[in-house]
Design a protein around this ligand. Structure first.
Ligand SMILES: NC(=O)c1ccc[n+]([C@@H]2O[C@H](COP(=O)([O-])OP(=O)(O)OC[C@H]3O[C@@H](n4cnc5c(N)ncnc54)[C@H](OP(=O)(O)O)[C@@H]3O)[C@@H](O)[C@H]2O)c1
Length: 288
């Protein structure tokens, strides 16, 4: 059995790899939130990282762990660098040493959002420290000499113990609360279960380089919230439109960081789901 090693197993995306346990030996890690059968690993500790990777010698490492709170990163730049950039360098060095393939999960926030529908080779220009620290991670991976792929995802959603955009909207609407949502921020919301499948295919098809693994759609937050209300049969009138300039946030967001996913769909022979498709699958999951 091939061995998969998933950092960030206690996070949304990392938790979706457990489902592959029938065909692979799946090892997941956590840092501060223990999960059943996951092992503790702090990616900022280079000794811990090298020891773990050397002793397990996985066939592939999906490096999904990160400090993902964009505003928190803006205020805690040293910590963000340590986890998102240095932590990724630690993973890359360890993988290179034992010849494990590394798939690094990056973000649409490496772009400045002035154009949208970005292709993999478009010029990066992050607006936030989070985006910058993740981009630094990309550079470390590229320069390390490891056999790598970089998978950029965008607004992840799916069932998880922690809130994400979709579970937050569902909760608020179920509670009958009015929510104010921006109409002028576009991205390509990514169903985490679908992204995990695509990431696995990067490994099984031994693809290299950069891939945009995101939903096949450019959509703004407001329309996305309306789709959530529609699919989950909740009250759409509770969703009120606002502009991003009405929000006070620490970090600047790209206005349009939507991603082109054609390369991934063709090379990986996979359908990347738009929001209605992803939300319907997610709704089906409730019944399972
Ligand atoms: N969420 C999004 O909308 C989004 C959008 C674009 C890109 N991404 C990228 O996609 C990836 C997955 O995101 P996600 O939303 O699934 O993440 P998440 O739910 O926020 O989980 C983050 C994970 O990173 C782990 N982690 C944090 N600090 C760590 C450390 N020092 N050592 C080891 N593990 C550490 C956490 O472990 P503990 O909880 O156990 O501490 C957790 O498992 C990330 O690389 C992120 O940058 C996410």
């Amino acid at each position: 059995m091939k061995r998969l090693f998933i950092t960030g197993g206690s996070g949304l995306l990392g938790s979706k790899f457990i489902r592959f346990s029938d065909k692979y030996e799946v090892i997941t890690t956590y840092n501060s939130n223990p999960r059943d059968n996951a092992i503790k690993l702090d990616i900022t500790n280079d000794e811990q990282v090298i020891n773990k990777i050397e002793s397990l010698s996985p066939d592939v490492v999906v490096h999904s762990a990160a400090l993902t709170n964009v505003d928190y990163c803006e205020d805690h730049q040293e910590e963000a660098y340590k986890i998102n950039a240095q932590g990724t360098l630690n993973m890359a060095k360890a993988c290179q040493k034992v010849d494990s393939k590394l798939i690094y999960v990056s973000t649409d926030f490496v772009f400045d959002g002035r154009e949208g529908l970005y292709s993999e080779d478009h010029q990066t220009n992050p607006l936030s420290y989070y985006g910058l620290s993740k981009l630094k991670g990309e550079e470390f991976v590229k320069d390390s000499g490891v056999n790598y792929a970089i998978a950029r995802v965008s607004v992840l959603y799916g069932w998880h113990t922690n809130f994400n955009y979709v579970t937050w909207v569902i909760n608020e609407l179920k509670a009958g609360n009015q929510i104010n949502i921006v109409t002028d921020e576009y991205n390509s919301p990514t169903y985490a279960d679908n992204a995990a499948e695509a990431l696995l295919k990067i490994f099984t098809k031994d693809k290299k380089g950069i891939y945009h693994i995101a939903g096949n759609e450019r959509i703004n937050r407001f329309d996305f919230a309306r789709n959530i209300a529609q699919v989950f049969e909740l009250d759409p009138t509770l969703i009120k439109p606002i502009k991003s300039e009405d929000l006070i946030r620490k970090a600047q967001r790209p206005l349009d960081s939507s991603l082109q996913v054609r390369k991934a769909e063709i090379d990986l022979d996979i359908k990347l789901l738009n929001t209605k498709e992803g939300l319907k699958e997610m709704k089906g999951d409730v019944k399972k």
